[in-house]
Design a protein around this ligand. Structure first.
Ligand code: TV7
Ligand code: CA
Ligand code: ZN
Length: 397
């Protein structure tokens, strides 16, 4: 079907509203929207804007967000401010704000922030629908933990669910792939009762020394969606639980083998890839030991299937490496190779210089076994693939 099309230009679009950068979760909070400023600076410094269409999307509206989210939740989210917030209020805690961890703080401009990143994902999805783009990119999105009436894990609005809902208007089957180090639980939950979306997440899974499960604590290999045979969504989720310290070769093999099998069996007409950069080595919250090019290998692998692709961001808590990775992956999409020496005449160049910050190059070695020893043996990784293949048998008749 795809091979029959006559050759034509390959279009990549970049959907970005710079106002997203100016929001702050709080000084000690690991989620830093200015990592998007760094990303944009690298993309521009390498001249990648000449290889794609740039869009500055408007913020999503209340009604657009209500296609997935509950109106009572949206009313709360759109009205709450640091000044009027009552941290002991029932609604406040029930909707996932504040709490002991303060994962989802109420900060200035919160509503503005969520409508901007959501508007960008929806704008990107529309570009795929009207065939203006083959690949549409929104690095400000990918907030995969948000539920219809609950903020969770730094995520308030689930822009991924909203974008997939748009893609479903013209696609019979959408594949969602998630390489953020955390389980893509919100997207999985939103589509658990349909066979028109297949969700595949790779993530760290397990109990830590302190007795807490790695967030959000779900996504074991046996979690494949609903178990009721009458539920159409049965078997339409695949979770790949991974231990600390996985290296490039293991991850690349795991990703290529499992993702390839899912695409072959499910045959999606559109793909959404959440490319959370917290699966890199040296991430402040992550546990893996991936280098930038191994992370980018996942993007390249998916892109090469030639289906309409929505590429979105997600986690990523060491900003300089988030920027490096998303710049590299933008280049992968347009088919450009980037030189390793960073252009020096760029704003914020100091963020990338010095041995601590990656020595002024695009591809520093991030593999660090001192920080996270590799607990994944090759035998374990092979067993995981075997179990994943076994799970995929549910997709057959
Ligand atoms: C998509 N890890 C989001 C990932 C969300 C992870 C968590 C923090 C954290 C929050 C802070 C903060 C932090 C240094 C790190 C279960 C608890 C934590 C018991 C004490 N510093 C994405 C969410 C995760 C907030 N949450 O997938 C303000 O780390 O683990 C938890 C929750 C509650 C119970 N406590 C442990 O990447 C974007 N939060 C500093 C300030
Ligand atoms: Ca994941
Ligand atoms: Zn994450």
């Amino acid at each position: 079907e795809y091979g029959m099309e006559k050759p034509r230009g390959y279009n990549v679009s970049f959907h970005y509203n710079p106002h997203v950068e100016y929001h702050h979760f709080g000084s000690s909070h690991p989620m830093k929207p200015w990592r998007l400023t760094l990303t944009k600076q690298l993309v521009l410094a390498y001249g990648l804007e000449y290889c794609m269409e740039l869009y500055e999307p408007r913020p999503a509206t209340f009604d657009e967000l209500a296609i997935f989210h509950d109106r009572e939740y949206l009313s709360f989210l759109s009205n709450v401010t640091p000044q009027n917030a009552k941290p002991d209020d029932q609604a406040y805690l029930a909707f996932g704000f504040g709490g002991d961890s303060n994962d989802c703080p109420v900060f200035d401009g919160l509503w503005n922030y969520v409508s901007i990143y959501s508007g960008a994902s929806m704008n990107a999805a529309y570009n795929l629908l009207n065939k203006q783009s083959d690949v549409a990119i929104n690095w400000s999105g990918g907030l995969h933990h948000a539920k219809k009436n609950l903020a969770s894990g730094f995520c308030y609005i689930n822009d991924i669910v909203l974008a997939i809902q748009l893609l479903l208007t013209q696609n019979q089957r959408v594949l969602y792939i998630d390489i953020d180090v955390h389980h893509g639980d919100g997207v999985e939950a939103a589509f658990e009762s349909t066979d028109r979306v297949f969700t595949l997440s790779y993530h760290k899974f397990g109990i830590d020394r302190n007795g807490y499960p790695f967030f959000p604590g779900t996504g074991n290999i046996n979690e494949m969606g609903p178990t009721d045979p009458a539920n159409r969504g049965k078997g339409h989720s695949l979770n790949i639980p991974i231990d600390d310290g996985i290296d490039d070769d293991q991850y690349k093999w795991l990703f290529k083998t499992v993702t390839g099998a899912v695409i072959d069996k499910y045959n999606p007409t559109a793909i959404v890839l959440q490319s959370g950069a917290d699966s890199l080595g040296g991430d402040r919250l992550g546990r893996f030991n991936l280098n930038i090019k191994a992370h980018g290998f996942c993007v390249e692998t998916v892109k090469n299937y030639g289906r309409p692709l929505l590429l979105i961001g997600g986690g990523g808590y060491t900003p300089r490496n988030v920027a490096r990775t998303w710049c590299h992956e933008t280049a992968v999409c347009v088919g450009a190779e980037l030189h390793n020496d960073l252009p020096t005449h760029i704003p914020y160049i100091q963020a990338f210089q010095g041995t601590e910050n990656g020595g002024g190059i695009l591809y520093p070695d991030l593999h660090n076994t001192k920080r996270h020893e590799n607990l994944n043996t090759d035998v374990k990784v092979r067993k995981l693939v075997e179990q994943a293949m076994e799970n995929l048998r549910y997709l057959e008749g």
